[in-house]
Design a protein around this ligand. Structure first.
Ligand SMILES: Cc1cn([C@H]2C[C@H](O)[C@@H](COP(=O)(O)OP(=O)(O)O[C@H]3O[C@@H](C)C(=O)[C@@H](O)[C@H]3O)O2)c(=O)[nH]c1=O
Length: 175
């Protein structure tokens, strides 16, 4: 497992190092000790699955305000997505900057999103499944959002969404 920092502090791509033999592959996808060694004290509380049948489905951009903050590790179990994190920490040198990482089930890579960053993704294939490891319980009504196409961020999505929820289309602009 290789933890690769991105341009946003705390947003980390986790690259897998599969062990392969005649039977197939064995892939470590999270390890408390290896995360701690990289400065990430991340202990999952719940695991959730997001199934997206159609290509160019967009979900996000979502974040949580204190005290309902969460950190999450996101991996594509099937298909591929462009996964995006946006830095909403006003005291951060990369405030309002974004990073995008293609998560591909065949590569087993994942993206770690710290608290204070918004997250969203666009599916690049049909039938894209995302697994979330999240360090907090789900509390309905605590999700916040910003718009995927907000000019405050200028995210270079490779395509416009073909499927998006009304809620995600209508999030307020970031002030
Ligand atoms: C997020 C979530 C939703 N739900 C329920 C609520 C609702 O009935 C249904 C769909 O919820 P949502 O519309 O919020 O799902 P979705 O838009 O996929 O929300 C997710 O988006 C991505 C971008 C993230 O980063 C995630 O943290 C999460 O916010 O699932 C849970 O039971 N547990 C959860 O953790």
């Amino acid at each position: 497992m290789i933890l690769r920092p991105t341009a946003i502090a705390g947003v980390v791509e986790v690259r897998a190092e599969p062990a392969e033999d005649a039977r197939g592959r064995f892939v470590r996808t999270w390890c408390a000790g290896e995360f701690a060694a990289a400065g990430l004290d991340f202990r999952p509380y719940q695991i959730s699955l997001s199934e997206n049948p159609r290509r160019h489905t967009l979900r996000g951009l979502h974040y949580q305000d204190p005290p309902a903050v969460e950190r999450k590790l996101i991996r594509c179990l099937r298909g591929a997505v462009l996964d995006v994190a946006v830095d909403l920490r006003r005291d951060s040198p990369t405030w309002r900057r974004w990073v995008a990482v293609e998560l591909d089930a065949a590569r087993h890579n994942a993206l770690f999103i710290p608290q204070g960053c918004a997250h969203g993704f666009l599916t690049l294939t049909g039938d894209a499944w995302l697994e979330y490891l999240i360090d907090a319980p789900y509390v309905p009504g605590t999700a916040r959002g910003v718009r995927w196409d907000d000019p405050a961020f200028g995210i270079a999505w490779p395509a416009a969404p073909a499927v998006i929820s009304d809620r995600d289309r209508d999030w307020p602009r970031y002030a």
